[in-house]
Design a protein around this ligand. Structure first.
Ligand SMILES: Nc1ncnc2c1ncn2[C@@H]1O[C@H](COP(=O)(O)OP(=O)(O)O)[C@@H](O)[C@H]1O
Ligand SMILES: Cc1cn([C@H]2C[C@H](O)[C@@H](COP(=O)(O)OP(=O)(O)O)O2)c(=O)[nH]c1=O
Length: 220
C-alpha cells in the first residue's frame, strides 16, 4: 500500500457490456501486483432506494417509472446512503472497484433526457451527487465500449440461463442502450469528473484487466 487511503475505480458500460466479469478479472490482476481490493456494485439491490428504483424499472411505481429525474434521484440516494461504507472501504484497501457508479446516472439520465442539453444533465448529476449529497468522486473510470448488439446478445443469454435475471425496461430498450452508449463516449472523451480509460474489446477479460491494472497501479 503506497498511500493511506485507497482509490475508487468505477467500471461502466451498458447492460451486458461485461462489467461484472471485468471487475472479477481486475481483482485477480490487482492481487497479482500486490494491491488489495474490495468490490461494490450499484444499484445495491436489497436496500430501500435501490429496490424502489428496481420496482420503477419494472413499471411498478406508476409515474416514477416514466420520470428520468425521479429515477436518477433514487439511484443517487442509494449512493448517498452507501457513502459511509464506501469511505470505510477506501480506508481498508488499495483499490475499491465499483460495478457502476455516478457516471451510470450521468449516462442513463443524459440518454433519457435527450431533449435537454447534455452538459446541463451531467452538470445536474455532478452537483446533486458530488456537491450536495457528498458522494465521493471516483479516482478513475473504466469504460467497456461493447457494441449494443453484442451487449444485448450477452444479456439475453444471461437471462435465459438465470430466471432471476429477467431483463428490465432499460435493458430491452435498444434505442436507450444506443443513446446511453453514445453518452458514455462523450463522458469518456471529456474525462467527466475523473480520468477515463477504455477497456480493450475483443481480448479475453483477463488480458484487458492486466493492461488496466497497470494503469490503476500507477495511480494507487
Ligand atoms: N469479454 C467477454 N467476452 C465474451 N463474453 C463476455 C465477456 N465479458 C462478459 N461476458 C459474458 O457476457 C455476459 C454479461 O457479462 P456481465 O459481466 O454480467 O455484464 P454486465 O455486468 O456489464 O451486465 C455474461 O454472461 C458474461 O459471462
Ligand atoms: C447505478 C445506476 C444504474 N442505472 C441504471 C442502469 C441499469 O440499466 C439499471 C439497473 O442496473 P444494473 O447494473 O443493470 O442492474 P442488474 O445487475 O440488475 O442488471 O439502472 C442508472 O440509471 N443510474 C445509476 O446510478
Amino acid at each position: 500500500m503506497t498511500s493511506d487511503v485507497g482509490i475508487l475505480v468505477a467500471i461502466e458500460g451498458i447492460d451486458g457490456a461485461g462489467k461484472n466479469t471485468l471487475v472479477s478479472a481486475l481483482e485477480s490482476a490487482l492481487d497479482a501486483r500486490g494491491l488489495s481490493s474490495a468490490r461494490r456494485a450499484f444499484p445495491r439491490y436489497g436496500t430501500h432506494h435501490a429496490d424502489l428504483a428496481a420496482g420503477a424499472l419494472r413499471g411498478r411505481l406508476g409515474p416514477v417509472s416514466g420520470s428520468p429525474e425521479a429515477m436518477a434521484l433514487l439511484f443517487a440516494l442509494d449512493r448517498q446512503a452507501a457513502t459511509p461504507d464506501l469511505l470505510a472501504a477506501k480506508g481498508e484497501v488499495d483499490v475499491l472497484l465499483c460495478d457502476r457508479y455516478v457516471a451510470s446516472n450521468a449516462a442513463y439520465s443524459a440518454a433519457r433526457l435527450g431533449e435537454r442539453s447534455f452538459s446541463d444533465v451531467i452538470g445536474w448529476i455532478e452537483a446533486m451527487e458530488h456537491e450536495e449529497m457528498g458522494v465521493p468522486r471516483a479516482d478513475g473510470y473504466i469504460l467497456l465500449p461493447t457494441p449494443v448488439t453484442e451487449a444485448r446478445r450477452r444479456a439475453d443469454a444471461r437471462a435465459a440461463d438465470d430466471a432471476s435475471r429477467e431483463l428490465d425496461a432499460y435493458e430491452t430498450d435498444a434505442r436507450l442502450q444506443a443513446d446511453t452508449a453514445a453518452a458514455y463516449e462523450r463522458l469518456a472523451q471529456t474525462e467527466w469528473t475523473a480520468p477515463w480509460w477504455r477497456a480493450e474489446l475483443g481480448v479475453p477479460p483477463e488480458d484487458a484487466a492486466a493492461m488496466l491494472a497497470d494503469r490503476i497501479a500507477a495511480l494507487a
